[in-house]
Design a binder for this molecule. Sequence first.
Ligand code: FE2
Length: 163
Amino acid sequence: MTTLHPKYLETLKLYYEEEIEGEAYFFRMSERLDDPGHSAKMRLLGEVETYAAAAVKPLLDKYKLTPRPATELTASGRSQADAKPADWVLLLEEMRGTFPGYIDDFEALEAMAPAEDLAPLRTLTAHEIAAIAFLEREAKGDQSSTQPLVQYLKRFATNPSPG
Ligand SMILES: [Fe+2]
């Protein structure tokens, strides 16, 4: 077995955990938003997180990594959502500010990974690309803003273990 980058496994596990937290965060925020359209968009972001987490889960299994309990991650995500105002404009602005940084993180993870792990990691990176494409469309008032998220889910739903 080739030597793994010393930070690879802990980063992989952390990013998996963050997707589970993110899923809970978006689902909780979706419940809190009054506007049904905004609520549905938040829910869709949560579903994209679910998929991104599921895509990398086989890698955690492969390396016998044990993530923090799902109940703990879900509680953390929900409380992060509860700590913020359920204000669509503010949330959008915040996400547009923070999401591009996650692309850098995911690409750094890909750079540490052995080649045979790249397919699921690219699926993880792709979820952030889809989310940012959604945010940019949404900021412009594009009526088909959710299309990148829907496409992401469709593209991968037929192939749950890409690669
Ligand atoms: Fe995510």
